[in-house]
Design a protein around this ligand. Structure first.
Ligand SMILES: *Cc1c(COP(=O)(O)O)cnc(C)c1O
Length: 483
């Protein structure tokens, strides 16, 4: 009998204790990060599937053939749902970011232009594309959007040229749930021989069941790739997304292969080497269990709840929903059309909603390259489980607004001494930590402070490289060696 340093039961008891401090993953109180189908059997099925493949290495689907079969079946399901013909192939990746990274890498390696390739997208494109441009050496060209969060097709098309390796449009965008003008942009891209990616990471498994949409998926001529996250509205545990690519020849640039070392021949379809097959197995099992009808029913629930919450927010004096959300997410901003004493700051509102037990996501405002300003907003992602808590959630949204109505937005000067606002230079790890302590963000544990509005005010006020450095310090400090 193995002698353990600690008994398994004690170890698991401690983990349960740690998990109890997490934000709740079920029940609909967290309106981002988690995508709860509300179906306990689906979670159980996923857990059982993960356990069956626990020791498998997804690195090699010729050795672990279950991986090849499951991946092929998930890709076939996604292709059929997302309008792909027999020319469309795909991969299961570890998440939206990896799907986006690989879409960019594929386009970059297929691009035949000279100099530095350009990645063209609306400013609302997911940050994963900033990361991709950074990792893979593309110049990021971000086009301003209209106040509704939608980009004008002409504004994007105007900036197309031979140095553009990829144009990205979203279905819908994460910050504002805007459906980009995919048909127009993809047609122009096709005419100029430019690759066009549809980022349907959040919409991919729910928009197929949304009412009254123009074509937005692989049915659209000129769309060369599309990402759709299984771990969002595919209701799978984290670690699963699908990347579909038009044409086998194009898609082969996604791969990395080398025989130029003395070890085993390497062929990787995705970024990782050895990888878990567990999220794939879970997603595969869920897709089989739900089928198209199951996804349709869950999508319909999301649409009903989204419409209901839109109406609730429209009825709250001082707040407004940004644009015309397409898909189960909303961005909420201050309604500037009412007098100041009736306005509701979206970040004070989010903090107040949190004090009533619901976690919304604060999004900073942004000055675009043309000088126009996208206002600060608060984000809600609606999932099937939302429908069962609609009344309680709506009440909390209304009460919280009443409690903070008329409060002006946090001013950066309230958070940071004036001399610091202009005068922080290069920071090493100790001085960055000192700044965070000085503004009360360096807590004892890894959790966030109760009030996030001051923090968001700082993000808006300080130069981006500085906040990025401070955030890096904050996150790195949460995993300092401990214990
Ligand atoms: C979530 C998301 C991503 C990135 O996905 P991760 O799974 O968080 O890596 C990319 N694009 C959009 C539109 C998203 O919503």
């Amino acid at each position: 009998m193995t002698r353990f340093a600690q008994q398994p039961a004690e170890i698991l008891a401690r983990l349960e204790q740690l998990r109890a401090a997490d934000a709740p993953t079920h029940g609909g109180h967290v309106l981002s990060y988690v995508y709860d189908s509300g179906l306990a059997e689906i979670d159980e099925l996923a857990a059982a599937a993960m356990r069956l493949v626990q020791p498998v290495n997804g690195l090699d689907p010729t050795t672990f053939t279950s991986v090849a079969i499951m991946e092929g079946e998930v890709v076939a399901f996604a292709r059929s749902l997302l309008g792909g013909d027999s020319d469309v192939v795909g991969s299961v990746t570890t998440g939206g970011t990896e799907s986006c990274l690989l879409a960019v890498k594929t386009a970059r390696d297929n691009w035949t232009g000279e100099g530095v390739p350009r990645l063209l997208a609306p400013v609302t494109v997911h940050a994963a594309f900033h990361k991709a441009a950074h990792y893979f050496g593309l110049e990021l060209d971000l086009v301003p959007v209209l106040p509704s969060g939608v980009v004008s097709a002409d504004a994007l098309i105007e900036r197309m040229g031979p140095d553009v390796a990829l144009v990205v449009v979203s279905a819908p965008s994460y910050p504002h749930a805007a459906l980009d003008p995919i048909v127009e942009v993809a047609a122009a891209a096709l005419a100029q021989g430019i690759d066009c990616h549809v980022d349907a990471c959040i919409g991919g498994w729910v928009l197929p069941f949304w009412s009254d949409l123009p074509d937005w998926d692989l049915r659209v001529p000129g769309v060369t790739s599309l990402s759709a996250d299984l771990h969002k509205f595919g209701y799978a545990p984290k670690g699963a997304s699908v990347l579909l690519q038009r044409s086998r020849d194009r898609q082969r640039s996604q791969y990395f292969a080398t025989t130029r070392w003395p070890g085993y021949p390497v062929v990787n379809s995705t970024m990782l080497g050895s990888k878990s097959a567990a999220p794939l197995a879970a997603a595969w099992a869920i897709v089989q269990a739900l089928g198209v009808d199951g996804f349709a029913a869950l999508g319909a629930s999301c649409e009903r709840s989204t419409r209901a919450l839109e109406a609730v927010i429209a009825g709250i004096d001082g707040l407004r929903v940004v644009g015309h959300p397409v898909g189960p997410l909303l961005a909420v901003a201050t309604d500037e059309s009412v007098p100041a004493e009736r306005r509701v700051d979206p970040h004070h509102w989010a903090d107040q909603v949190r004090s009533h037990g619901w976690l919304l996501q604060l999004q900073p405002g942004l000055e675009q390259s043309d000088g126009t300003v996208l206002p600060p907003t608060t984000h809600l992602t609606i999932t099937p489980v939302t429908e069962g808590v609609l009344d309680d959630l709506s009440a909390a949204l209304r009460i919280a607004a009443d409690e903070v109505r008329g409060m002006s937005a946090v001013s950066p000067a309230d958070v940071l001494p004036a001399e610091m606002l202009g005068g922080i230079g290069e920071l090493d790890s100790e001085s960055a930590w000192g700044v965070l302590q000085g503004i009360g963000l360096a807590g004892d544990g890894p959790g966030l402070p109760d009030r996030m509005a001051p923090f968001l005010a700082l993000i808006a006020a300080l130069p981006a490289p500085l906040t990025e450095r401070l955030l890096t310090e904050l996150l790195a400090r949460t995993v300092e060696p401990r214990g």
